[in-house]
Design a protein around this ligand. Structure first.
Ligand SMILES: Nc1nc2c(ncn2[C@@H]2O[C@H](COP(=O)(O)OP(=O)(O)OP(=O)(O)O)[C@@H](O)[C@H]2O)c(=O)[nH]1
Ligand SMILES: C=C(OP(=O)(O)O)C(=O)O
Length: 223
């Protein structure tokens, strides 16, 4: 029997400049917040590149350090044009992805998934059979991934309450168990503690080692 033709996906991962990113971690991690934001993006990108259903990863960022790190592991960097906000950056990334990789679906993946497991991402992408599909985040109100089939506009509506916004726009929520690492975005210190329990990637683990080794009492594994 002939193998089923599986068309891999192009992922667009948006990364805010780390000097201003992850502000909700500032109180718990005043010294290491930018490094954590960088590490989350590197671990997310590395896990995405390791998925068997990912053909290429486009990282949409103006951060030079993140750009160098993700280029070194095989991602393509796209500038944060027009420099307006997350959804504008994703529309730009999706357009560049469609130009460069015609015939592929494009999925926007949040860069704050430091526990991301390639096999869980692969299971999610395999389940993205609708025109547009999305993954609801661990808290249940946001979105960690939005996927558009080949030729379909991504139409991203990330932001507060994006799960409802994506559903209202016609996207179908992915209803899978066993995808905790795809749902676990890290916005707060408690989120980071949960991600560490799930098992974070090496870049984030390195920064957490620095955190634990730095002045006792100023930063730590908040829960
Ligand atoms: N390229 C790009 N990425 C963005 C932008 N805003 C947010 N992101 C990314 O979108 C994803 C989700 O963003 P948030 O969780 O709101 O991240 P954040 O804005 O750094 O976090 P807070 O400061 O805590 O709100 C992360 O991967 C961010 O790096 C933007 O304007 N441009
Ligand atoms: C932008 C979003 O993420 P966060 O809740 O992490 O800000 C979102 O869920 O649409």
């Amino acid at each position: 029997m002939a193998d089923l033709q599986v068309v891999p996906w192009i992922l667009a991962i948006p990364v805010k400049r780390t000097a201003i990113a992850k502000s909700r971690l500032a109180a718990a991690y005043p010294q290491h917040r930018p490094e954590l934001a960088r590490a989350f993006a590197v671990d997310t990108t590395a896990a995405a590149l390791a998925s068997g259903l990912v053909r290429a990863v486009l990282v949409v960022t103006d951060d030079p350090v993140v750009a160098a790190d993700v280029t070194a592991i095989g991602a393509v960097v796209v500038p944060d044009v027009p420099g307006a906000d997350l959804n504008a950056a994703l529309r730009h990334g999706a357009a560049r992805a469609a130009e460069r990789f015609p015939g592929h679906g494009v999925a926007a993946l949040s860069a704050d998934l430091p526990a991301l497991r390639p096999a869980e991402l692969t299971a999610v992408l395999a389940a993205c059979t609708a025109a547009r599909s999305f993954v609801i985040d661990e808290p249940g109100t946001g979105t960690t991934m939005l996927a558009a089939a080949p030729g379909v506009a991504l139409d991203p509506r990330f932001g507060v309450g994006s799960a409802l916004a994506h559903q209202a726009s016609g996207a179908i929520p992915i209803d899978l168990t066993g995808i905790d690492s795809v749902r676990r975005d890290v916005d707060t210190a408690a989120d980071l503690a949960h991600a560490v329990q799930l098992g974070v990637g090496p870049a984030t683990a390195d920064v957490m080692s620095l955190v634990l080794g730095s002045a006792i009492g100023s930063e730590g594994l908040a829960c």
